[in-house]
Design a protein around this ligand. Structure first.
Ligand code: IMP
Length: 424
């Protein structure tokens, strides 16, 4: 059975949640390998809408073991709330496994995320303010606190008190905030420890054993390629590696254990937060994409910026992720537009670019070079066979496939599980 990475090819919100949920039917283990509760996965099952932020989408399939890998950052209060929410809606989250090596998001991370953004003013990243960046910052400066630290109360309190001294200096002296008190924080987190204890284990071992036993493992990325800390539109990125290579590190397996890399691509593009976006539509068409596509953030409710599909960025995602297949989502939204544009190259500072530029100055000045494709002008959301799509819709999919040089194996025409067309 294969091990598959599912990765977003754009700036997130491509519909990874739906695709992961769909493939979870035949999966044994579904692993989140990076990010935290900055991600929003909206999944619709039998008309019921689930919005998950941290727990892998696979939790909705009863036989799947959902895993939060070592590459994630965990806000334990949010995680426990999400588990309770699932219980209250009849979904049992007791199979969840959490890596002992995942890092904790602490209250000072959330506070710093908010004040650092405020201080950046017009240069702000537009983060989700969930403390993600500051938590990863501490991980890499070796000041992080991990899940396993919660189970040694003395060490936990010692680490937290030492770190908080440092953070308080920063909060008070640099950001003009009130000092934070370690006492209540220690009590609260040690309370979380008792609730989380049954779920925590060495998940790298669990995943490796599942692979060795021939089980079907899905590694689910959050955010998307262009938000990757190394390969995204830095500094307007998240603080981890959503790209496929991050899956190995964030789950604790080697690259040879991965068989497939499925890229999830929305039939148009959206972005939340700041940063360059060559095909952004600041007009009535963009506005209609937001409305028809329901493009409002799952986590923050922010309106997403929208624009035409960008094949330069898609080819880049194919390259940096070694994509083996593509799932093209929300193609039904395009039914409402007469002519469909796709960016095939960029013009910037007097030069043409067919490969995604790595230099910020070039990227900021990019003007898309479009090709126009005919729309199909009819509702396709009830169609269940690829061959039943209008000719123009099939041509659109085939055009994307050819430009990416990777097969489009799944086409999604609506939010529900059944609104999916499979291609061989
Ligand atoms: P952070 O991950 O909260 O630090 O935010 C950094 C950037 O990533 C901001 O532009 C966010 O809007 C964006 N971002 C983070 N998570 C998601 C997501 O799940 N979907 C889309 N954008 C995201």
């Amino acid at each position: 059975m294969p091990t598959t990475v599912i990765v977003g090819t754009q700036w997130g919100d491509e519909g990874k949640g739906k695709i992961t949920d769909l493939l979870s039917d035949t999966a044994d283990v579904v692993v989140r390998y990076q990010g935290g509760n900055n991600a929003g996965h909206t999944i619709v099952v039998e008309g019921e809408r689930f919005a998950l932020t941290l727990i892998p989408s696979g939790v909705l399939s009863p036989r799947v073991i959902p895993v939060i890998g070592n590459g994630c950052v965990i806000d334990p209060g949010v995680l426990l709330e999400e588990m309770n929410e699932l219980r209250s809606r009849g979904v049992d989250p007791s199979r969840l496994r959490i890596s002992a090596n995942a890092h904790l998001i602490m209250p000072y991370h959330r506070k710093l995320d908010a004040v650092m953004e405020r201080y950046l003013g017009r240069q702000q990243i537009g983060t989700t303010k969930r403390g993600i960046g500051p938590a990863y910052q501490d991980k890499f400066s070796r000041q992080g606190i991990r899940i396993q630290d919660l189970f040694d109360p003395k060490i936990f309190a010692k680490k937290l008190e030492a770190i908080l001294k440092d953070k308080n200096r920063l909060l008070v002296k640099v950001y003009n905030q009130l000092e934070m008190d370690p006492g209540p924080m220690i009590d609260r987190y040690l309370g979380y420890a008792e609730e989380l204890r049954p779920y925590v284990e060495d998940t790298s071992l669990l995943i490796s054993r599942a692979i060795a036993d021939g089980q079907n493992v899905i590694l689910e990325g959050a955010q998307g390629t262009l938000l990757d800390i190394d390969h995204g539109t830095y500094p307007f990125v998240t603080s981890s590696n959503p790209t496929a290579s991050g899956a190995g590190t964030g789950a604790g397996i080697g690259p040879k254990a991965i068989d497939n890399v499925l890229g999830v691509t929305k039939a148009y593009i959206s972005r939340v937060g700041s940063g360059p976006f060559p095909t952004e539509l600041d007009d009535e068409i963009g506005e209609r994409m937001v409305e028809i596509g329901g493009e409002f953030g799952t986590v923050t409710g922010r309106r997403r910026r929208c624009g035409w599909l960008d094949l330069v960025a898609l080819r880049y995602a194919v390259r940096v992720n070694s994509l083996t297949e593509i799932a093209l989502t929300k193609i039904d939204v395009l039914s409402h537009f007469e002519t469909l544009r796709v960016a095939v190259a960029y013009d910037s500072l007097g030069e043409r670019y067919e490969d995604f530029p790595r230099q910020q100055r070039i990227l900021y000045n990019c003007r898309p070079v479009y090709e126009d494709l005919p729309g199909w002008g009819e509702d396709i959301s009830e169609i269940r066979e690829f061959s039943d799509l209008p000719k123009e819709a099939r041509q659109y999919v085939e055009y994307v496939e050819e430009a990416a040089a990777v097969p489009v194996t799944i086409v999604s025409v609506g939010p529900g599980r059944s609104a999916t067309l499979r291609r061989e």
